[in-house]
Design a protein around this ligand. Sequence first.
Ligand SMILES: Nc1ncnc2c1ncn2[C@@H]1O[C@H](COP(=O)(O)OP(=O)(O)OP(=O)(O)O)[C@@H](O)[C@H]1O
Ligand SMILES: [Mg+2]
Length: 507
Amino acid sequence: MAFDENFATRVFKAVVRMPLRSNRGAAEFLLPIRDLDAIRTFLSGSGPIAMFDLPWMPIYLALIWFLHPSLGMLAVSGALVLCFMTWLTDRQSESASRDVAREAGQRMALAESGRRNAEILQAMGLTDRMASRWTDVNFRFLKHNAMLSDVGGGLGGVSKVIRYVLQSAVLGLGAYLVLKQELSAGSMIGASIIMSRALAPVELAIANWKSFVAARQSAARLNEMLAHFDEGKEPMSLAPPVHQLSVEGVYVAPPGSREPTVSNATFKLSAGQGLGIVGPSAAGKSTLARGIVGVWPLLRGDVRLDGAALDQWKHEVLGSHIGYLPQDIELFDGTIAENIARFDDTATSDQIVAAAQAAGVHDMILHLEKGYETRIGESGGSLSAGQRQRIGLARALFGNPFLVVLDEPNSNLDSDGDNALTEAIKSVRARNGIVIVIAHRPSAIASVDLLAFMANGQIQSIGPKEEVLRKIMKGQAGPQTGKEVVPTAQAAPPSGPLSQSGTGGAV
Ligand SMILES: Nc1ncnc2c1ncn2[C@@H]1O[C@H](COP(=O)(O)OP(=O)(O)OP(=O)(O)O)[C@@H](O)[C@H]1O
Ligand SMILES: [Mg+2]
């Protein structure tokens, strides 16, 4: 329990940070939790007790030596043979144990991905194919597991035989010495009993060696992972940001990659401004958004809120100043109220309703059977895509964060939803927040004053909305221009000049 108390939270935090920093497979992401279990299982089993008994062995052997040196020599050589067997077990199970851990992770990951994509498997009849893939992995897991058990069982059996032979040999040698009148009959029996006490822990240790090796490897893996992904020291608290977001020469790469998919993005936004980002698919819009909210690491450059770079903020405090609606919405299992409130127990219902109203989703929620207490299932499974998107928007607006970043917030919205979104963006700007909206459909940028056009990972053009739109229409901003970004609603006039520094912006 103490071990778990010390490590479980740290391991979980590292696990959820891993996908943002590395591109390893899903199997590896599940491994740390298994490792935690392996160590706890070992610690609470009979293995560690065997370890406590082992130091007594030399004392018992010395006692036997004291009874008669020939008996002592026999016992010591027997013990040496058993120690050799232990060492052999350790060496043989090392690689098998690692294989088992790896296969077990892949087996879980495959089952999990099948479960997540159940609809696709069903609709396109892929169940059998996935099942045969899983069977392969499962078979490999069983094979490695059997090999590991064989090592432990086989060597364990052999050492047991050796122990029985030793036991009899001590008795036999004792009897011979008694006949030669070099030993008393009592000492003969005593030596045999002491011998069995001396060797018992070795046998127990060998029997437990499998979980010992597993725990040792788990500990090594956890250590390495925690060294990489632990959050380290929390910076001190800063005053809430109220003035400015500045993005300074930012290069962003996907986790585990050194190749930036967004390069040299530079712009500044002041309180009350709204920036729309448009551009073709794979232009790097979502990547830039992830860089700005601190999800993906920056290769170079800084994102600053009121002058402080993102990593100078306390993680949780920073989170409360940011509202982020990712492109795939990612709601959690829980009630609608919990999701909107970001699982903050201290959130009041007024705050939750205010966020829902700001996102224009209050009425829709009230029409659900259980209203705000509706459980939405894993990833919002029991809601329609549009409902999920609007609840995601409400979550982004919860607590009036200074910076709101919306990645295609209207991809599933009807015209009501579009209007609600426009109002939401206006209201953030009206309360002196900053909004960044990524959009393919024009309605989302109706209420922003600035526009950036992205292509090939770079901001090709940024400035007052009409100006950039004119450039896009004329085809100056890039080849793949935007029939798709012509705004339908009349845009609000720019509320202030765009302050821009560096060379990353204009074409
Ligand atoms: N998780 C990822 N791992 C590796 N590369 C990625 C990842 N996500 C995106 N990319 C790459 O980054 C580039 C930019 O992708 P991004 O998602 O930013 O495009 P986008 O402009 O948002 O496109 P869309 O309009 O389709 O959403 C693409 O070339 C894509 O292949
Ligand atoms: Mg995107």
